[in-house]
Design a binder for this molecule. Structure first.
Ligand code: CP
Length: 308
């Protein structure tokens, strides 16, 4: 089978077919063994890790993925200590970094930053989160987690809950889920509903979906519940954020009507939308998602360099 990721940029989940995503998930499941066997397949490769916005999981898992495969990492998580702080443009910075690395992993608060980087660089660019728009590698790992934990995707009823408007993980996950035969339940306050463009593409794909405000009214119907953080940093004003802060809190009470097979997910970080009392439930897999993130990012790097 041809590797659909060889030499490619990873900018948006919309750029990849169901076949591509299945290929990635199959490769990711092989990474569990490669992680342990000290494989050095990327020993002559360097990844530039450029995070212009805070990150724990994405940055560390990309670093770990590269190092697990024998590669090396340059870059910065503290943008203030780079020459960007002296006024150097993103464009000039990227052109310089291209001399030192074989792939760029970029996170930015600007919507089109990764696509812009890809337009000026010869080496592949991986979008590690761009504004409220895209977080494709998170969506890949979320899908891999559902498939691994449930064993299948077709036929599932999946609830997306919280900030469906500003959340970039949702915006990237919806097009992936739309490639499967699933039912979506969109749970949010009206002001944080899924964007019109996403709803239009769900309709075009023939996905059955409904929108509700109260989690309790639908929780019994769900096979998988994907909670999200209200994205405070994306709101036009603090006042707008305060109106919806704390709108959802998943706890033992909320879960009363739920199936005991209900898969509980969250891209993290969480603030207060999942009570820590839920963490010990076997179906709470949000601390396993970062492990899937490591496997998926190892797979992506190996496939981009086409070394498997
Ligand atoms: N899920 C996620 O993107 O986490 P970080 O912001 O910590 O990378």
């Amino acid at each position: 089978m041809t590797n659909p990721f060889a030499g490619k940029n990873v900018l948006s989940t919309k750029d990849f077919s169901k076949h591509d995503v299945e290929y990635l998930m199959e490769t990711a499941s092989k990474m569990k063994d490669m992680k342990q066997d000290g494989s050095k397949v990327l020993s002559n490769k360097i990844m530039a890790s450029m995070f212009l916005e805070p990150s724990t999981r994405t940055r560390l898992s990309f670093d770990a993925a590269m190092k697990r495969l024998g590669g090396q990492v340059v870059g910065f998580s503290d943008w203030e200590k780079s020459s960007f702080h002296k006024g150097e443009t993103l464009s000039d910075t990227l052109r310089v970094v291209e001399n030192y690395a074989d792939v760029v992993v970029l996170r930015s608060k600007y919507e089109g930053a990764a696509r812009y980087a890809a337009s000026i660089l010869e080496i592949p660019v991986i979008n590690a989160g761009s504004g409220s728009q895209e977080h494709p590698t998170q969506a890949f790992l979320d899908l891999a987690c559902i498939k691994e934990e449930k064993g299948y995707i077709d036929g599932l009823t999946i609830g997306l809950c919280g900030d469906l408007h500003y959340g970039r993980t949702v915006h990237s996950l919806v097009p992936l889920l739309a490639r499967y035969d699933i039912t979506l339940v969109l749970i949010s306050p009206e002001s944080l509903g899924l964007r019109d463009e996403d709803k239009a593409s769900l309709k075009e794909s023939g996905v059955t979906f409904k929108e509700v405000e109260l989690l309790e009214t639908v929780i019994g119907d769900l096979d998988c519940l994907y909670m999200t953080r209200i994205q405070r940093e994306r709101f036009p004003s603090e006042e707008d954020y305060r109106k919806v802060r704390g709108f959802y809190v998943l706890n033992q009470d909320t879960l009363k009507g739920a199936s005991d097979q209900l898969l509980l997910m969250h891209p993290l970080p969480r603030i207060n939308e999942i009570d820590p009392g839920v963490d010990a439930l076997p179906q709470a897999v949000y601390f396993k998602q970062p492990m899937h993130g490591l496997h998926v990012r190892m797979a992506l790097l190996a496939l981009i360099f086409d070394i498997l």
